[in-house]
Design a protein. Structure first.
Length: 230
C-alpha cells in the first residue's frame, strides 16, 4: 500500500519571485511542506515535481526526492495542477510501482501540520470517499455578497437574502489549498475532490491563508510567528 506525497513547485513564480524557496520564518518556503510530510510518517516517498535545479537542490536538502525533471510543457503559467500530479504518478510508477494513495501538497503551505495529514489520511482510508482535502470556512456569510457593476453600482448576488439574519444563513466552505489526499485512480481519472467523491477536512481559520502577494507574505509571517507553529 504505497503512499506517495507530490509537491509541485515550478520555478517561474511571477508575483513573488522565487516564491517556493524564498525564506519564510527562517527556512525556504518549500521546506515547511516537506518537513510536515516527513513528520507525519504517512509516506513511502515524498517527491517534488519541478523544472528548476535550484528548487530541486533545496528540496533534496530538506529530505524530499526529485527523481525526474518536470517537462517545460507542464511548467508554464497556464498549467493546471492535475496534469502535473498525474505526470508525477506515472513517472513514479516506473521507478517504484503504482502507489495506492497520493497526496498533493502545495509548496507554499507553511501552516500545514503533520497531524492534519495523518488525520485526513485516516478519514480517506476509513471512508468510501475518493478524496479528502483541506478546507476552510468563509469568515462571513457569502450569501451577503454583492458585485460592483461597470457603473460602480452594487448588485446583490442573492437578493432573496436581503433580510435574512446572518446567523440563519448556511455556513459555507472553500478549498484551503494545503493538501489533497486521494486514491491514485481518482487522480488519474480526473476525479473532482469538491464533489460527492470528496470529504472536506476543515481547518481552523488561523491556519488558512493564501500567499499570493508580498502583502500576503508579510501577514502570513506575522501570523505564523504569533502562533509559534513550529
Amino acid at each position: 500500500m504505497m503512499r506517495l506525497a507530490i509537491i509541485p513547485a515550478r520555478g517561474g513564480s511571477k508575483r513573488i519571485p522565487r516564491k517556493n524557496i524564498k525564506e519564510f520564518c527562517g527556512k525556504p518556503m518549500i521546506a515547511w511542506s516537506i518537513e510536515a510530510a516527513r513528520e507525519s510518517g504517512c509516506f513511502d516517498h515524498i517527491i517534488v515535481s519541478t523544472d528548476d535545479p535550484e528548487i530541486a537542490a533545496v528540496a533534496e536538502e530538506y529530505g524530499a526526492k526529485v527523481p525526474f525533471t518536470r517537462p517545460p510543457e507542464l511548467a508554464d503559467d497556464h498549467t493546471a495542477t492535475r496534469p502535473v500530479i498525474n505526470h508525477a504518478i506515472q513517472e513514479v510508477s516506473r521507478l517504484w510501482g503504482m502507489p495506492e494513495y497520493v497526496c498533493c501538497l502545495y509548496a507554499t503551505s507553511p501552516f500545514m501540520l503533520a497531524e492534519d495529514l495523518k488525520q485526513a489520511f485516516t478519514k480517506l482510508r476509513d471512508s468510501n470517499a475518493d478524496f479528502v482535502f483541506s478546507a476552510g470556512r468563509f469568515p462571513y456569510p457569502i450569501k451577503r455578497g454583492f458585485r460592483v457593476n461597470d457603473a460602480g453600482r452594487v448588485e446583490r448576488l442573492w437578493p432573496e437574502h436581503r433580510y435574512t439574519r446572518s446567523q440563519d444563513l448556511e455556513e459555507t466552505y472553500h478549498d484551503a489549498g494545503q493538501f489533497y489526499w486521494g486514491k491514485t485512480n481518482a487522480f488519474l481519472n480526473l476525479g473532482d475532490p469538491m464533489s460527492e467523491a470528496g470529504v472536506a477536512y476543515v481547518l481552523p481559520g488561523t491556519r488558512v491563508h493564501d500567499i499570493d502577494t508580498q502583502e500576503d507574505w508579510a501577514v502570513a509571517e506575522l501570523l505564523f510567528r504569533a502562533l509559534e507553529q513550529r
